[in-house]
Each structure stands twice: as structure tokens, then as C-alpha cells.
Unconditional design. Structure first.
Length: 180
């Protein structure tokens, strides 16, 4: 489940490779997550920019904020063979492509090249999707988030009707054969 990424001395890795609006929204999302962690878990979340992480690294789980276009650490942390890729304008989940600039993604994946640690993805396909994360509540007691969750702006009006995909990876961190 997604919440496992917030173990083992995690750090937030904030994307700064986007345009001004994207970077501003990603910074706001990182501040909000850190603030919620301080309030709900009585802890301090280490925040690193993608450039800082690439320069000095971090030994622990990582929460990657952004997408492959806006976070320069994406390709180092999540390999090209991963079953999930978030980019501007869309999200690829296995063979399925979800398009739109209002997509928000929560997911957990193994950290590339590190069998001990995980990467939590707080991803989006654009600034609208980044702002949509305000409705997710990853630290609220009793809220269960599966291994991957993709939702769009319809979630504001239709609740679960805005969920594009949700589910669990198989034991090899792949999309199950049923495609969910």
C-alpha cells in the first residue's frame, strides 16, 4: 500500500524541472505534505529539490513529487521498465494510457537499484492535477490507499466516479494480468 513509502526515514523530493507554474504548484504540494506530516505524525519531513537529491542522495524511502518531465530525479528512481509513468498530459499504467492535464497519481514502487527502499509517487499530469491532490488524505487514520491510484477532476463532484484506475501490483511489482 502507498503508505509504506512514508517509512524508513523518508524524504520528499520536489520537482523543479518544470515551468514556473508547475514548479510553484509542486512546491506548494511539498509544503502541504510536510505540514500535514508534522500535524498528523508529529514528525519532520526532510524536503529536497530534485537537484539536491541528485547531488547528495538520501538513504531511505523517497516521495517523488511531480512527474517524469518536472522532476529530474524520476528516471534515476523509477526505471523505464516500471509499470507506471507519469508525464505532462498523461499517465501510462501498463498498456493503458490515461490522458488529461487534471490527473493525480498516488503510487508506491520499488526504488530503482535499491532493494531496501521504496518510492512513493505524488504525481500529476499538470498543475490542475497537482492541485487536485488537496483532496487526497494519505496520513488520515483509516484511509487506505492501494499501491496505485489515478484520479481526475471528476472526483470533486462524483467521488469514486473520478477514479481512473486503482489496485495493487503483483509480487513482482507488475500490473496484475487482469489489468487492474
Amino acid at each position: 500500500p502507498f503508505k509504506r513509502a512514508f517509512e524508513q526515514g523518508f524524504a520528499l523530493v520536489l520537482g523543479t524541472a518544470g515551468d514556473d507554474e508547475e514548479d510553484r504548484e509542486l512546491a506548494a504540494r511539498a509544503r502541504a505534505l510536510a505540514g500535514e506530516w508534522a500535524y498528523r505524525a508529529n514528525g519532520r519531513a526532510l524536503q529536497l529539490t530534485d537537484a539536491e537529491f541528485l547531488q547528495r542522495g538520501h538513504d531511505g524511502n523517497l516521495i517523488l513529487i511531480g512527474n517524469a518531465d518536472t522532476n529530474a530525479a524520476w528516471d534515476q528512481l523509477i526505471g523505464p521498465d516500471a509499470p507506471l509513468r507519469v508525464e505532462r498530459g498523461g499517465v501510462r499504467l501498463g498498456p493503458n494510457l490515461h490522458t488529461g492535464d487534471d490527473l493525480a497519481v498516488l503510487a508506491v514502487l520499488p526504488r530503482r537499484g535499491d532493494a531496501e527502499h521504496l518510492v512513493g509517487v505524488v504525481g500529476s499530469s499538470g498543475p490542475v492535477g497537482t492541485r487536485l491532490h488537496a483532496v487526497s488524505a494519505p496520513f488520515t487514520s483509516g484511509v487506505g490507499i492501494p499501491d496505485f491510484l489515478i484520479f481526475d477532476g471528476r472526483v470533486l463532484q462524483d467521488g469514486d466516479g473520478g477514479v481512473r484506475a486503482a489496485g495493487f501490483w503483483d509480487h513482482h511489482w507488475r500490473l496484475p494480468s487482469d489489468g487492474r
